[in-house]
Design a protein around this ligand. Structure first.
Ligand code: SF4
Length: 75
């Protein structure tokens, strides 16, 4: 079961494609070359978290959908 929910801040995304490379069933680049979430259950929680942590501009937030805890970014 997918526990982690990811969100992209379109104002921060620079369209580098890293998240799509790491979790291509979850993220895709839209017509403006900005990442968007297409399926919260497309990839494993590990892959989604890794994608969030690998975003060079910190545009991806990862939240535990059960507890509500923000897993990334770490404060
Ligand atoms: Fe955008 Fe970050 Fe994904 Fe790169 S890794 S496409 S900057 S959200």
């Amino acid at each position: 079961m997918s526990k982690i929910k990811v969100q992209v801040d379109p104002n921060k995304c620079i369209g580098c494609g890293t998240c799509v490379a790491l979790a291509g069933n979850t993220f895709r680049l839209n017509e403006q070359n900005i990442s968007e979430v297409i399926d919260q259950t497309g990839d494993s929680d590990d892959d989604k978290l890794t994608a969030a942590q690998s975003c060079p501009v910190g545009a991806i937030k990862a939240v535990d959908s059960i507890s509500g805890e923000v897993l990334w970014p770490k404060v």
